[in-house]
Design a protein around this ligand. Sequence first.
Ligand SMILES: [Zn+2]
Length: 380
Amino acid sequence: MPPFGRRTASAGIITALMGVILTTPSWTEPMTVFVEPSQTVLRTIVTLESGARKTYALRLLGGTTLHYEVFVDGGLTDSVLVGLLDESNFRHLGQSEPYRLVPGTEQTVRRVGKYVFPVPRTDTYYLLIDNAAAWFSGRDVVVYAYVLYPQPTLWSRQFQRSTQHLYDSLKAWFAFADFKILYRHCGSENAFSNPDITICLELIEALRDEGLQGAYPFVLFHELGHSFLHVWGDARFADESVADEFAVMACILLDLQSNAREAARWFANRRVEINAGLPLWLVDRHALSPVRAQHILDQLDRPMDLMRRWQATLVSHLQTDYMRHLDQAPYDWVDHALLRAEMARRGADPSAPSRQPSKWRFKPPKTETENSAGDRSSDR
Ligand SMILES: [Zn+2]
């Protein structure tokens, strides 16, 4: 399954801001968010006619690891030859002289191939996709490559910090046993919870391609719904519609309704791809459908029932300070009787002033900037 589909890239602008006033956790949290220090260097779909080849220049640092994935569709055998060339052999190839691939990198891909190349020294390497053996037909080839760094990068550190900030804010709203949130390449557009959360970087790239980065908090809150219910011992933790409800509820709680609407648009748009058997978000259990999208929109339009039901589920897991905030919030769905009964049970003074609030704002995740490898490709 290719890590991304045929789409045109476009920039998305996120305008949703966090509106809820938050309390600052006064304790120091252990690091629970991990971001793979990687950079996507190539994402392309190319049609290679019979006898054609293509090369992609990749400037690679010694000590890093190149991961590349090739997906082939078409022709009699669904296969192409792939490999890496160094600078001098790339010149030989261009001059139609005998050339040699970097030892150990020559592979025949039948439908899908995934490869790892530890970069021995800093140099420009050329990824060769060769359809020279095809006699009759062209092939559609998806090429995806990323570099893994041995140390955190500026991007991975910034992304880690911003997500850790969200995680620490979650600790200020809810009481829950720690779980990890991991961002990494998975080979597909996916996200899952077990209850540690994995968000595949391909999924974030796909949202960016579609100009729907705003759907990202919904995806994250959906996974958080699975994880929270899991660590709280709620039997519904694996239920997809319950996780969706949690995500809608969290978006309402945090004034991120426009993000939930964006997610709904995304679900609705992907219908064609589902029918065509192309990559799915959350392949394992998640039925993407216009029905799911409609549920989200209905709940956003009429939040009262949803928010009342979820307050009953959440009330024993809410941090007391956050409960005071909610009790003072101007929303008509706030169940004051429920919150005050719980505060009384805890012996907490409902009118006590809150601690100094912190202001967490949603910022769309950036993907590591792709270099221009695709633009420097050559048909030699
Ligand atoms: Zn799910």
